[in-house]
Design a protein around this ligand. Structure first.
Ligand SMILES: Cc1cc2nc3c(=O)[nH]c(=O)nc-3n(C[C@H](O)[C@H](O)[C@H](O)COP(=O)(O)OP(=O)(O)OC[C@H]3O[C@@H](n4cnc5c(N)ncnc54)[C@H](O)[C@@H]3O)c2cc1C
Length: 445
């Protein structure tokens, strides 16, 4: 008879990172308990009840270069639910809309001359082939883009895009920031669809989270919703204690996957030092107006706003991709604004933000009729994009902390990737590859 001791693992955070990690650890025969503060799993990728249908709370697409994510979706049996559609991109500037989808579109784009366009193409081509990202960490994104493509390209093309993602912080990030986007969009595709195609899973990310939860349950593991972890402390005799509600529970190993501000709040100094003495990691957040309408608002999947006066920095027409059967015949459009922690938008109420953003929608689309709105709301996320400042890789938290049974695995450790779900899965896969010996069950004969 086998005398098996399966390791008991605690994971803090039931976003995609926590759930994929939990699934991978059950593959090593561990018993896993995931602690999630909210009433549903998914974190930033979670879903929302729009009334007549459920879809992602924020816009999420899969691109054909997302190899790790696509392989995971196939591995958990959802490959047949992957859908691909051509996604159109536009650019709004000087009160005009410009498509940017083909060489012809770029050729006709009026703000850049032919020489600028050749340098822009060179920047993207060269950028997509860079492997040594360490060098890019030492130069600001502004200096790198000017060096590659010149000042006019920077001022007219790149700066509005950077401001839309980073606001005033765009001058502080390194060249790695833009390189990760170029790489994700332009490197070799891992899925055999045409260029410009983007994907989604039928039912949205809820389908993925439901499936992961089912696989966990089948393996003696589960997600504890509405369970906020209050503190994590080293246990006497090894392992780590997790304190939640009025309980304390012992685990052989614990992995923390939530953002760093939470780590700082809940972690005992005996486990890890969160704040680097020199520099703390800052995050950008996002506020987003979400409209469901009975008519399409935009032909573009993404419209980049080159207009600094708009209250939002992009328009994401998710219904240009997603079959309307999925959304009860309604159209969903997102109007996001990425902002730093000290931005005045955070102190505005939802109705103030809604009024402000709707003014911007009417300014952008003068024919827009408010009576076409089926539902509207504001979604906020405070900790989305860690700021990849100069020499960022030197300030990130370590995965294996000073305590042998406590690990940190979160998006702040993405030194050469943007924050997206492919990089989440890649990060989990590399973690499990490197540390599997720590998590494998101890089986004795
Ligand atoms: C507007 C927007 C658009 C995006 N678009 C895309 C896209 O198109 N494609 C793409 O691939 N990615 C996209 N992303 C990125 C994607 O959402 C993230 O990569 C991913 O969700 C990160 O997952 P995570 O698990 O690392 O973190 P999170 O999702 O932040 O998960 C952390 C979890 O920890 C929980 N938690 C926090 N504190 C505690 C506590 N004390 N106790 C218990 N639980 C706690 C939180 O509730 C949360 O569920 C987008 C994100 C946003 C915000």
């Amino acid at each position: 008879m086998n005398d098996a001791k399966d390791l008991k693992i605690g994971i803090i955070g039931g976003g995609l990172m926590g759930l994929v990690l939990a699934y991978r650890l059950t593959q090593l025969n561990a018993t896993v308990k995931v602690f999630e503060r909210e009433s549903q799993p998914g974190g930033l990728s979670t879903y929302y009840n729009y009334g007549k249908f459920i879809w992602d709370k924020f816009y999420h697409v899969i691109v054909p270069t997302d190899g790790s994510l696509i392989r995971l979706i196939e591995e958990i049996g959802l490959g047949s639910k992957l859908n691909w559609t051509r996604a159109l991109t536009g650019y709004y500037v000087n009160r005009s809309f410009y498509p940017l989808n083909s060489p012809k579109d770029y050729f006709l784009f009026p703000l850049l001359n032919i020489w600028d366009k050749m340098r822009l193409a060179y920047t993207i081509f060269y950028g997509s082939r860079i492997d040594d990202w360490k060098k890019l960490e030492k130069i600001t994104v502004k200096d790198w883009l000017i060096k590659m493509g010149g000042k006019r390209n920077f001022n007219k093309f790149w700066a509005p895009l950077l401001r839309s993602k980073l606001g005033k912080n765009y001058t502080r990030v390194s060249g790695v920031f833009i390189w990760t986007y170029i790489k994700r969009l332009f490197k070799a595709r891992e899925y055999p669809v045409e260029k410009d195609y983007m994907g989604y899973v039928t039912g949205g990310y809820k389908t993925v989270f439901d499936k992961l939860e089912q696989l966990l349950n089948e393996n003696n593991s589960n997600i504890h919703l509405e369970t906020q972890v209050k503190s994590i402390k080293p246990a006497e005799g090894g392992g780590v204690n997790i304190y939640y509600e009025e309980s304390v529970e012992h685990f052989d190993k614990v992995v923390f996957t939530a953002p760093l501000n939470v780590l700082e709040k809940v972690t005992d100094p005996g486990l890890c030092e969160v704040v680097n003495n020199e520099q703390a990691i800052e995050y950008q957040g996002v506020v987003c107006l979400v409209l469901t309408t009975n008519k399409p608002l935009t032909p573009y999947y993404i419209l980049n706003m080159g207009d600094d006066n708009s209250p939002f920095t992009g328009v994401i027409g998710i219904s240009t991709l997603v079959d309307q059967v999925q959304t009860a015949g309604q159209q969903i459009t997102f109007f996001p604004k990425y902002i730093p922690a000290d931005h005045p938008y955070w102190s505005k109420t939802d109705s103030e933000l809604k009024a402000l953003f709707l003014e911007g929608v009417k300014d952008l689309y003068p024919d827009f009729d408010e009576s076409d709105i089926e539902s509207s709301h504001i979604n906020r996320a405070f900790k989305v994009q860690p700021l990849q400042v100069l020499n960022y890789s030197e300030i990130i938290p370590k995965i294996h902390t000073k305590h042998p049974d406590f690990f940190v695995l979160n998006t702040s450790q993405f030194v050469n990737d943007s924050v997206n779900n492919n990089s989440v899965v890649t990060h989990v896969n590399s973690f499990v590859d490197e540390y599997k010996h720590e998590f494998q069950s101890v089986r004795k004969r």
